[in-house]
Write a protein that binds this ligand. Structure first.
Ligand SMILES: NC(=O)c1ccc[n+]([C@@H]2O[C@H](COP(=O)([O-])OP(=O)(O)OC[C@H]3O[C@@H](n4cnc5c(N)ncnc54)[C@H](OP(=O)(O)O)[C@@H]3O)[C@@H](O)[C@H]2O)c1
Length: 317
């Protein structure tokens, strides 16, 4: 495994990280139901750590809090080896203050996350997306307080438009608050939206990009070539097949390149994305340990320039 600094911070994270979105068996009132049983989820997390993954991402909202509990259980006794990232923002109850980035909601939810994760600190606390109903300064001041209190070590954001991120950095500067060190964004061969504004901003400001859905939900593994395999995400989310059809040419070239260099399409797609500018880590999801084992094979080598060019051209922006 390779470890790099998360943006300009001193925190070192593995190039491939693990996401907990689908971990748990509950079907929460808000958000998606889980896909992987708690016991199997613990096994996947333990395997990830054994493979050198030190960076694990979750959110208060994933499987209604169950995913955080599973992560807390899996890292018991190994807490210091893991960089735990979680998020706040999503709806967690029916009340008017049961969602968002208000000081009230953040202060309550951080305690809930700490309890579920069975830890006394969160390495990276992220705003899951913008809360248009709360002044940014209120959110940033609450985050700054959490760092001062030692409950949170670093802060980041996710799904922020470039102008809101820029405003956040400026607001933290003028108020002497700690600043976001990272942004978590969707980025892969099939979704290159961040290249327009977020990525140049991250390069300029020394922020680390943490990528979600780097395999396009599994599509870039090439497994939807002949329809959706049983049990796959595409079997329950048919839009994945439509996207696969749309990127037909790209998926064909991805497969050709992977055969030429003796890697799998998933490894090539991940290798392409982790070497993009400002990228620190790609968060992969895995419903089985063999997927994870394959995905960590994306690290420790570099796709030849000619292959990068072919992929860039065929998966045009
Ligand atoms: N900040 C946000 O708003 C946000 C949004 C989405 C996700 N995330 C984070 O990002 C993480 C990853 O997101 P994602 O699950 O969409 O990522 P992804 O890595 O693009 O897709 C993961 C899925 O692809 C399939 N897969 C993975 N490796 C494979 C392989 N080698 N061969 C075949 N299939 C493979 C598995 O699905 P099946 O086996 O079910 O087909 C797996 O669950 C989440 O867990 C979460 O932590 C954050």
């Amino acid at each position: 495994m390779e470890y790099v600094r998360l943006g300009n911070s001193g925190l070192k994270v593995s190039r491939i990280s693990l996401g907990c979105w689908i971990f748990g068996s509950s079907s929460p009132a808000y958000g998606k139901p889980g896909k992987v049983s708690p016991d199997e989820s613990v096994r996947i997390i333990e395997r990830a750590i054994d493979l050198g993954i030190n960076f694990i991402d979750t959110a208060n909202r994933y499987t209604g809090g169950e995913a955080e509990e599973i992560l807390g259980k899996a890292i018991k006794g190994r807490r210091a080896d893991v960089v735990v990232a979680t998020k706040v923002r999503g709806r967690m109850g029916l009340g008017p203050n049961d969602e968002g980035l208000s000081r009230a909601h953040i202060m309550r939810e951080v305690e809930n996350s700490l309890r579920r994760l069975n830890t006394d600190y969160i390495d990276l606390y992220q705003a899951h997306s913008v809360d248009w109903d709360t002044p940014l300064e209120e959110t940033l001041r609450a985050f700054d307080d959490l760092v001062s209190q030692g409950k949170v070590r670093y802060i980041g954001c996710s799904n922020f438009p470039a102008w809101v991120l820029t405003k956040s950095l400026w607001m933290s500067d003028i108020n002497h608050f700690v600043k976001f060190i990272s942004i978590q964004s969707v980025y892969s061969l099939i979704n290159r939206e961040v290249e327009k504004e977020i990525q140049p901003l991250c390069v300029d400001q020394g922020m680390g990009m943490i990528l979600y859905s780097p395999l396009g939900g599994g599509l870039l593994s090439g497994k939807y070539e002949n329809g959706a395999p049983e049990g796959s995400r595409g079997a329950v989310e048919p839009h994945l097949l439509k996207i696969a059809n749309h990127f037909d040419d790209g998926l064909r070239v991805l497969k050709e390149i992977s055969l030429e260099i003796g890697k799998t399409p998933a490894q090539v797609a991940l290798n392409w994305v982790i070497h993009r500018l400002a990228v620190s880590s790609a968060i992969v999801g895995a419903s089985r340990t063999d997927q994870l084992e394959e995905n960590v094979g994306a690290v420790g080598w570099k796709l030849p320039q000619e292959g990068i060019q072919r992929l860039d051209e065929v998966f045009a922006r």
